[in-house]
Design a protein around this ligand. Sequence first.
Ligand code: HEM
Length: 431
Amino acid sequence: MAGDAVIQGDLARAVIDPASYAEWDTLLDTFDHIRSEHGVVKVLPEDKGVFDPFWLVTSYDDVMRISKDNQTFLNHPRTVVFSLNEGIEFAKAMTGGSPHMVASLVTFDAPVHMKYRKLTQEWFMPKNLRSVEDEIRALAEKTVQKLVDSGPEVDFVPLVSAPYPLHVVMQIMGVPEEDEPRMLMLTQQMFGGQDDDLNQSGMKDMTPEQITQLVAGAVADFEKYFAGITAEKRANPTGDVASTIANATVDGEPLNDRDMMGYYIILAAAGHDTTSASTAGAMLALAKDPEQFARVKADRSLLPGIVEEAIRWTSPVQHFMRTAAQDTEIGGRQIRKGDWLMINYVAANHDPAQFDDPRRFDAARSPSRHLAFGAGAHQCLGLHLARLEMRILFEALLDRLDSIALAGDPQRSKSTFVGGLKTLPLRITPS
Ligand code: HEM
């Protein structure tokens, strides 16, 4: 049976403080300790009212079970932990009562969720993605050319791993290239809100309210932008995802403005920082292991294994939250209706009961049933796209580079939600 049912103080802080997610090995030590000493455990806030206590779930089996049981564990009303209480109140005031600043697939439950998911699900299937492969390859080659031109000392993140997935997702959404810098800034404001270097605010140590205001400003700007795109795609549908959303109906009615904006925002935001983090992680793994780099350069059949392992190893979406719809039990703990749970993908993907030597980058793990894309009804809609764009990018990189080496210490972002490398200094030798 697991140890104490409750953690607080330093240990609780290590779970919810964005800064602790920048120190990867220490973070993994924390999760290993919690998983083996406590099992499922309740995390208590230092000051009551900052956030509500929640159950932290760190084992692979428990995260899998919760993810797949979408009847018992709901996404509404709180999807991520940085929705601190102060932020939730602010969101309610802004939206006229909803705790979600943005209404989207990740905030919906059955039966509404599937009605919305179906609108674009087909679009993201491998069969359809074949039609955009050539465009993605062209973007990859252009991006790698820029990297080669900037060498031999480069920072891989701003040159490649941040802009490339953004280009891809903007291209499939039909957003013109000249508007991409604005989209990049807005997504960083939304998801980088916890990291002073990434949130574009120029402010340090922001309060939860300031972060929420920054996110609200970004949402408003997104909405203004996509209102224009909607009008355009209604007048001239072009077969891209934005045209599908702009012209979609649910139960015979067109989507209302808030739902439509939520759809654009989730695709634009979910499709970019995530893939950016796993791409940078794959490059880091190859930079640290020149033999592996040489092997995959010579034998491209190894590439899918590298992509999949990079996604597990980095686990860019670090957690989601669920709320219990009824009394239940997880890991021997009694969970009450209304209790809040954190399913931690970083911890689950580093559970030694599921993955042998989980901190080792091992492209030969087969099969690797990792949880980086989640599981169940909400499993990542863009997982085939993410794999495809990473594979195409690495094909281009391996074609153009003879070797890569680390040229400094990479830094991780401070974020409890979507996180990964924000710098990756490399020395590259073109072929
Ligand atoms: C949902 C991870 C790339 C779009 C999710 C979830 C995770 C995730 C963990 C929640 C799953 C759950 O609750 O069970 C990732 C990772 C990516 C990635 C690690 C890259 C390596 C993408 C891309 C797109 C995308 C490229 C598309 C443009 C979405 C959407 C959802 C989602 C729309 C919500 C699905 C739903 O609630 O039904 N993703 N994602 N993601 N992802 Fe991704």
